[in-house]
Design a protein around this ligand. Structure first.
Ligand code: MTE
Length: 334
């Protein structure tokens, strides 16, 4: 029997994990044992089962010191204030969604050590003046970092508040020089099932893919986080570069990005492809629009026993509501 220790602040998994994920985990485990349900698992995953693969792996070699460590802490931009305390760092280090490394909240902290974040190349592609590839440390030199305090609201109805360090995305977009005809930017996570065995699951369209409109990407709030808590990002948080769009549900904030592609076509995101009735492209926070299986009216503030009313656009309506004028016919809140 599988016995899991659930920390006191964690909601029951039936509430916390999108059903499809829970279902997929069961299918994956069942499939690993029996090749059930027509699943075609990668041979190694089928033999060992996904979590045995993690256990069987040699512990990763320690990383060289992070060459960007000297850039942290960066100066805080005082425009971005919180209405609550910063969540203690240990919660963000130990309670993560990073399905490439497992589907339980503690799995990424245990398994993401296998991810090598140097060298790390970011591709800028599609409708840009000059497609190019840039090493993360050159990108960090090209664009100044700042610290911002942001709320972080997961579609699963938990929230945190944290000090991200990173690059305002509008500076990045200006630097990437998209063509005037580009309407969206598509972002993708690395793809390597040796490092992240869950990517061997055929049940998702890997790599993790997300997108924003150019107007969203150049909104003052859109942020490319490269650090948190005054240090380079921990791997489980999406090192070395991830998105932070605090007015949207957390699943938009794609981790460990390797490519930015500017395009005139709206990208199909991983969650939209996996569960179109529950997860959409826009995913703006709205307390009045329930998830099909739970209410979004309140959120559990991790690290406290508090429940707070959820705010429209997660409290950032002043900065972002204008982005959606004229788009009322779209499913803006899923
Ligand atoms: N990015 C990748 N590549 N893989 C993921 O599974 N999960 C998303 C998002 N970005 C995810 C991802 C979800 S559902 C959330 S809520 C946030 O990351 C969680 O970020 P955190 O672990 O830093 O709180």
């Amino acid at each position: 029997m599988l016995i899991r220790r659930v920390p006191s602040w964690a909601i029951p998994e039936s509430h916390a994990t999108p059903e499809r994920v829970a279902l997929n985990r069961r299918l994956f485990m069942a499939g690993a044992a029996a090749g059930a349900a027509g699943l075609t698992l990668a041979p190694d995953a089928a033999k060992a089962g996904i979590f045995d693969i993690f256990k069987a792996k040699e512990p990763p070699k320690p990383d060289a010191p992070d060459p960007s460590a000297g850039l942290y802490p960066a100066k805080r931009n005082e425009l971005y204030k919180l209405d609550r305390d910063v969540t203690p760092e240990r919660f963000n280090l130990g309670y993560n969604n990073f399905y490439e490394f497992g589907t339980d909240k503690g799995d990424p902290a245990q398994n993401a050590g296998a991810l090598k974040t140097r060298p790390w190349t970011v591709k800028i592609a599609g409708m840009v003046e000059t497609p190019r590839e840039v090493g993360i440390d050159d990108l960090l030199k090209a664009l100044p970092l700042e610290e911002r305090l942001y709320r972080h609201r997961c579609v699963e109805a938990w929230s945190m508040a944290l000090p991200w360090t990173g690059i305002p995305m509008k500076d990045f977009v200006a630097w990437a020089k998209p063509l005037g005809s580009a309407k969206y930017v598509t972002m993708k996570t690395f793809l390597d099932s040796d490092v992240a065995p869950y990517q061997a699951s055929p049940l998702y369209d890997w790599p993790y893919t997300e997108g924003l409109t150019i107007e969203e990407a150049t909104n003052e709030l859109a942020f490319l986080a490269t650090g948190a808590y005054g240090k380079p990002l921990a791997k489980q948080m999406g090192a070395p570069i991830r998105l932070a769009v605090p007015w949207k549900y957390g699943f938009k904030s794609v981790k460990s990005i390797v490519s930015f592609e500017f395009t005139d076509k709206r990208p199909k995101t991983l969650w939209e492809a996996a569960g179109p009735r529950e997860y959409g492209f826009w995913a703006n926070v709205n307390p009045e629009v329930s998830h099909p299986r739970w209410s979004q009216a309140q959120e559990r503030v991790l690290g406290t026993s508090e429940r707070r009313p959820t705010l429209l656009y997660n409290g950032y309506a002043e900065q972002v509501a204008g982005l959606y004028r004229g788009l009322e016919g779209q499913k803006l809140f899923m």
